[in-house]
Design a protein around this ligand. Sequence first.
Ligand SMILES: C[S@@+](CC[C@H](N)C(=O)[O-])C[C@H]1O[C@@H](n2cnc3c(N)ncnc32)[C@H](O)[C@@H]1O
Length: 314
Amino acid sequence: MDQNPYHVPVMAKEVVELLRPIEPTLVIDATYGGGGHARALLAAFPNLSLIAIDQDPDAIAQGPGDERVRLIQANFTSLDRIAAEICGGTLDGAPVPPCIDGVVFDLGVSSHQLDEPERGFSYRRRGPVDMRMDRDAELGAAAIVNEWPVDDIADILWRYGEERMARRIARAIVAARPISDTAHLSDVVKEAVPAPARRRKHPARKVFQAIRIAVNDELDSLESGLEAAIGWARPGGRVLVISYHSLEDRIVKRRFAAGTAGCECPPDFPVCICGRVAELRSPVRKPLRASEVEVAANPRARSAILRVAEKVGA
Ligand SMILES: C[S@@+](CC[C@H](N)C(=O)[O-])C[C@H]1O[C@@H](n2cnc3c(N)ncnc32)[C@H](O)[C@@H]1O
């Protein structure tokens, strides 16, 4: 297993095996991170050209130094523009056939982002309340915890953290202002929840997840990146997504399900009159999970769920 201290890749073997049948020569790694998936793909497919995207300059800075890779610091919300350019788009707007063999999304944050206290992602380390993957982005977590109204904070804790005590925690955050750092935020959350909730998982876990999702607009970004990936996958091309929590996975599951749905006419119609044809098919019966061996070696793989869809067409 690739043991890069920046980030140990999750389900790298599965990613390679899901792309192997289509013998890819042009793949977009939409979440380059520590480059673990990128390295696995480059090793498996010698003729591969890899477009590697990450919005975090730290990820781009430790790029692979491999001439088959083009690194792009960008949010994958720009995938539409990037893929259009790769597939040969011109300024006159003439239609361009989709050309990408595979797109890989490995969502969430890298171990490097979590482990660096000054990035402010971890409830276990003292650092600034930041949580921006893109350090040029305007919204940092400090603005949310120190400036937002209590209702808006409660809303994100509920929607993005599925936190049952959202309102109670939001009130405690507002009462404790100014929140000085991540350790302070973590303590405020711990104090706000009743004792039994403190005995289960760390009570700040969901709160940090929720704030991080809001800061990085993660769910809207996923919807738009996924749409672009499906749009620019060539017929027979595959889109792979590794999610780490149910909010992400639901978006992927629904989008793939919508794409694989074909004709919606009642079964007793002799011919299809709705004209709807599936744009995707599922090359595997069920989503994949990391093996027990991998989870034992890399606990981060425990919650990973890998979905794949293949573009249909001539
Ligand atoms: C889980 S890590 C990827 C790890 C990588 N697959 C590897 O094997 O090393 C997720 C990476 O995606 C990046 N990322 C997350 N959301 C992004 C987005 N919307 N646009 C661009 N990069 C994003 C993060 O900055 C982070 O570096």
